[in-house]
Design a protein around this ligand. Sequence first.
Ligand code: SF4
Length: 299
Amino acid sequence: MRVNSKQPFLVQKLAEQWSENNEAPSMPDDKSWRGSMAGSCARQVAYRLSDTEASDPIDLAGFWNMGLGSMIHNELEQAIHDWADSQPNVEVIAEHEMELGERGYGHADTLVIMDIPWVGKVKVLFELKTVGGFGYKNMIGLNKNKYAEGPKWSAFVQGAMYASAVDADLLVIGYLAREGVSKNMAKNYSKSEIERMGAEWHYTKEQYMVVAAEEIERLDGISAAVAEGRTPSEIPARFSKSDPEIPFPAEVTHPEKGAWRLYAKDGSLVNAGTTWMCNYCQFQQQCKGDTDDVLSRDA
Ligand code: SF4
């Protein structure tokens, strides 16, 4: 029997039970947006802030991936505390909570404070993510062109906001692969033992501060617009100002395909492309309907 069953009832039940146990962390009542919304499309943020029911709810596979990430985080929290306890001059604050701008709130994974002789206290904001094996390989350049994509832009922006809120000297974005790189592949690409399962990217204040300020302003702006009564369909489907893949102020014109367009003031097309984000958006069908409505009104 090599062919898998089309009715996997035990795996199905397990996954369903798992998905019921996922809850977003709490935050104060006077806050509206979360740090995890970093880099998201402005309209998607508006749908979430206005409590719009998801037209495309997270499926079981999505819950599974998120759940694996949480499980890894929980397991590693103790390890990081054990490490800090064994170091004379290191303090670790896990799940560090913070206000972001006027209306935002965040839970940073770890704040590490090191007391270094002759230097003083150095604050390191550590944001840790997990990623599938394929995505991880692309991040560190294990592909045909040896092109390292680096961390996801949204992870950097989220970490940048947290780092700016605590005035960190260094922002570290860490990624752990949910599937390690084979020994052979690591050897062929001259990667070390640790790089087979994890990698870090480091950013100084000069590198993260501007991005953090822009994103906090953007998310506060969306939140204010929703509070004033603007509907998500009135919020342009735009992304972060400094998003390297989608030039600001390009807008998604076809949510069902993730197609975006950038027009000049005279109406001529300047640039166009697609984003994977729409296919993972919980409001894709709703957004398609809203976009069609806007287009038919403008026609
Ligand atoms: S479907 Fe795309 S454009 Fe629409 S809200 Fe979601 S991410 Fe934004």
